[in-house]
Design a protein around this ligand. Structure first.
Ligand SMILES: C[S@@+](CC[C@H](N)C(=O)[O-])C[C@H]1O[C@@H](n2cnc3c(N)ncnc32)[C@H](O)[C@@H]1O
Ligand code: SF4
Length: 371
């Protein structure tokens, strides 16, 4: 295969889909009630890694995502990490997602010994009534306990996921989340606006999202509060203490190549993108038979890649290098957006203003022709 990076792909995503239940807002590829399949799944994952490792160079970042990776248990995670270890470059970042109620000392010891450098805890809210709306299993006490255990186990970089614009969320609820962050003192915060994803229980139900103005106010309160606490708003939904940015996510936003393994995992090795089909059974059966998983393939043409570079590159708080990204489809829109105070331009670069970042998607849609 022709690689776009001659040294090989430096970023690996591993999908671990098991969940104890499906949260009402979640539309990710997850498997509920399938824990008996974990051994077979791990075997299949290792086979897929073995099949695909020819495209890999020394890995700069690895991300174990889910699903609920922590539900794999200490021994299986240790086995997976032992297979990945020899592929890592010196100083590699190895992230893993975990749900607070599934974290204990044995699990944390196993992953720290296995090379995990960064833990992302799915806290989502500090408010019991909002955790109820989100169908979360963890209580605020579980989250606080998981943070303390992670620190005691020597996790180098701790991140928490939070969600804003949850139905019923008030500015006081958001202030309580900020206080929670200040007490827990993570190195990194991902604070996503709740999306009513098609097919999710919340989208089918009768709860209304907060109106747009309220959602914007909550978003701004999160940005202001985290900045005041010393976090940099380095990406639309991500905040980091200096040096604690997620390198794996930065690679996505830089449109770098990555390999994804596991059910539902996506890989992009330009000019190709492929997606493994969901469904553990067909995944394990295909790999046990020595075949590739069932996949859909897409060829990425130059225009698609150029538009993706604009969509991804304007998410981060850095100048977009137009020579790298390629020209916008509607250059005249640059003048209009700058006059509206949404972007700033300099020779060869474009940057979104703070106001522009709140409207990033709309700004990029003005510049580019998406199909
Ligand atoms: C793929 S999930 C897996 C993490 C882990 N299982 C958990 O739930 O904490 C990663 C993150 O995506 C976010 N997320 C999932 N669905 C979302 C939605 N519909 N809207 C906004 N954020 C969402 C949550 O914050 C979650 O922690
Ligand atoms: S949000 Fe996390 S725990 Fe909930 S169903 Fe999705 S992946 Fe599983």
């Amino acid at each position: 295969m022709m690689l776009s990076d001659p040294d090989g792909v430096a970023h690996l995503y591993v999908h671990l889909p098991f969940c104890a239940s499906r949260c009402g807002y979640c539309a990710f590829v997850v498997e509920v009630g399938q824990e008996h399949q974990r051994d077979a799944y791990l075997d299949a994952l290792l086979m897929e890694l073995e099949r695909e490792r020819v495209v890999l160079g020394p890995l700069d970042t690895v991300y174990l995502g889910g699903g609920t990776p922590s539900l794999m248990g200490a021994d299986r995670l240790a086995k997976l990490l032992a297979a990945i270890g020899p592929l890592l470059a010196p100083g590699a970042e190895v992230s893993m997602e975990a749900n607070p109620e599934t974290v204990d000392e044995a699990l944390l010891d196993a992953i720290v010994n296995g090379g995990v450098t960064r833990l992302s805890l799915g806290v989502q809210s500090s408010r019991p009534h909002l955790l109820g709306v989100l169908d979360r299993r963890a209580t605020p006490d579980d989250a606080a306990r998981a943070v303390a255990l992670a620190r005691a186990a020597g996790i180098g970089a701790l991140s928490v996921d939070l969600i804003l614009a949850v139905p019923g969320q008030s500015p006081d609820d958001l202030a309580a989340d900020l206080e929670w962050v200040s007490d827990a003192a993570p190195d990194h915060v991902s604070w996503y606006e709740l999306e009513f994803k098609e097919g999710s229980a919340i989208a089918r139900g009768n709860l209304a999202p907060p109106d747009e103005d309220m959602a914007t106010d909550l978003y701004l309160a999160a940005v202001d509060g985290l900045e005041a606490a010393g976090y940099r708003w380095y990406e639309l939904a991500n905040f980091a203490r200096p040096g604690a940015e997620c390198r794996h996510s930065l690679a996505y936003w830089a449109a770098s190549d990555y390999l994804g393994i596991g059910v539902g995992a996506v890989s992009t090795i330009a000019p190709r993108r492929w997606r493994n089909a969901p469904g553990i059974d067909r995944y394990t059966v295909a790999l046990a038979a020595g075949d590739a998983p069932v996949r859909t393939h897409e060829e990425l043409d130059a225009d698609t890649r150029r538009r993706e570079r604009w969509m991804l590159g304007t998410r981060v708080d850095a100048d977009l290098d137009v020579a790298w990204a390629g020209p916008p489809d509607r250059p005249a829109a640059l003048v209009m957006l700058e006059a509206e105070g949404l972007i700033e331009t300099a020779p060869g670069t474009v940057r979104l203003t703070r106001r522009g970042r709140l409207l990033q998607n709309a700004v990029v849609q003005k510049l580019m022709d998406f199909a």
